[in-house]
Write a protein that binds this ligand. Structure first.
Ligand code: ADP
Ligand code: ASP
Ligand code: MG
Length: 426
């Protein structure tokens, strides 16, 4: 008998039929003599819809209220799944983040888990229940509801798996694993059988939305093995775990892209000591998370400074730049919202020279202009024009020999397939 945490994302819970399918999967795990804890995301696009609702009333909604609102999405799916399980004759009990013992710091909208108190979940398990936990949420010291950042149900799953010392942490979504690139952008992407924590963490941090970065961080810290797999098929997915000598030894493990950043350029900046410090201190004080920074060579003592930041920080960045412009004697600023960061990632890069040259050549051969560059020991990122995102990902995928022979095929079930599967499961 194994103790399994099974997390289901929004697509897998998007309709009553899909919820039935998830219930069926949990029942099958129970029938195979496992103990199961389910962690759920909000149904379909519920979280996005709640965000739009809030923004229709307030362009900058208070973070505390936002968290209270967004946490309701997962609370709908948890109860519905528990109901579907009881309709099948299985004891199930839903738990909010607070009830599941997820304690966080007080940073609304991106709270960090500080403690997991699994007493209630363990008790429910010992009484034969399938606990169904609302992902993405916790409770802070003041008793206020917090959320863990978009995609945060992954982190709930890993934290619960660690807390109850589960034998497996299975993260089910609409793709059957971690691919060498987002298969919706690079159809020749290959599914990886396994990936080490460092590579996955780096990929998630630069836009691979398949797993939330915090979840990978947590898993790496506490050595939780994640199995990322499809909610629509039984095919084995990808294991995210510590590096072993058996893992594939490619120089580049994967490519990620991120279109959620913007580029701000301050023009006509006097090239004097202390100017950059002034600009970036002001941005830091306004809580703007700057990512890449480029300062051009000065001409006649005048230069340009560009930086990228998340589009969520753009309003604050703009206000800060407007304030700092006269202080540093700069001329003007402009904003480019249509950019993409494309990154190649691989621990193998550390011992392999020439990776940057190969990356830049591939982009150059495909007439893709590089607007900015940044690096880490296991990553190289470039900023390109947003319209060239897919072209950049694909040409790098080919250049680094990552292309599969076959083209990615959705494993999502058609309405008929779904109906047939449901019928069989009854
Ligand atoms: P869920 O709602 O179940 O949490 P997500 O939408 O968060 O699922 O994550 C799955 C999506 O991640 C896929 O549909 C895919 O488009 C995207 N994705 C991005 N990068 C990758 C990658 N390297 N491998 C697999 N999927 C990826
Ligand atoms: N529902 C939340 C979101 O859409 C959390 C999650 O799905 O993991 O970001
Ligand atoms: Mg997700």
């Amino acid at each position: 008998m194994s103790l399994i945490v099974a997390k289901f994302g929004g697509t897998s819970l998007a309709s009553p039929d899909r919820i039935q399918m998830v219930a069926q999967r949990l029942v099958a795990l129970k029938q195979a003599e496992n103990e199961v804890v389910a962690v759920v995301s909000a149904m379909g696009k519920t979280t996005d819809e709640l965000v739009s609702l809030a923004r229709a009333l307030n362009t900058d909604p208070p973070a505390r209220e936002m968290d209270r609102l967004l946490s309701t999405g997962e609370q709908i799916s948890m109860t519905l799944l528990a109901m579907a399980l009881s309709a099948r004759g299985y004891k199930a009990m839903s738990f909010t983040g607070r009830q599941a013992g997820i304690e966080t710091d007080g940073i609304h909208e991106k709270a960090k888990i500080v403690k997991v108190n699994t007493k209630r979940i363990r008790k429910a398990l010992s009484q034969g229940y399938i606990p169904v936990i609302a992902g993405f949420q916790g409770i802070d010291q003041n008793g206020d509801i917090t959320t863990l950042g978009r995609g945060g149900s992954d982190t709930t799953a890993v934290a619960i798996a660690w807390g109850i010392e589960a034998d497996a942490c299975e993260i089910y979504s609409d793709v059957d694993g971690v691919y060498t690139a987002d298969p919706r952008v690079a159809p020749r992407a290959r599914k990886l059988a396994a990936i080490n924590y460092d590579d996955m963490l780096e990929l998630s941090s630069v836009g691979a939305g398949v797993l939330q970065m915090r979840a990978v961080e947590f898993a790496r810290k506490y050595k939780v093995v994640i199995h990322a797999r499809s909610a629509f098929s039984d095919a084995p997915g990808t294991y995210i775990k510590e590096a072993t000598p058996k893992m594939e030894e490619a120089v580049i493990t994967g490519i990620a892209h991120d279109t959620s950043e913007v580029k701000v350029t301050i023009r006509g900046v006097p090239d004097m000591t202390g100017v950059a410090a002034k600009v970036f201190s002001a941005l830091a004080n306004s809580m703007v998370n700057t990512d890449m920074i480029i300062q051009n060579i000065s001409e006649d003592g005048i230069t340009d400074i560009s930086f990228t930041c998340p589009d969520a920080d753009l309003k604050r960045a703009q206000e800060t730049v407007i304030k700092v412009l006269p202080e540093i004697g700069a001329r003007e600023y402009d904003i480019d919202e249509d950019i993409a960061k494309v990154s190649i990632v691989g621990t193998g890069m550390k011992s392999s020279p020439g990776v940057a040259a190969k990356m830049f050549k591939a982009l150059g051969d495909n007439e893709i202009n590089i607007l900015a560059i940044s690096t880490s020991p296991i990553r190289l990122s470039v900023v390109v024009d947003g319209a060239q995102t897919a072209a950049a990902v694909r040409c790098l995928h080919t250049a680094f020999d990552l292309d599969a022979d076959s083209v990615f095929k959705e494993t999502q079930l058609s309405a008929e397939e779904l109906a047939a599967k449901m019928e069989k499961g009854r």
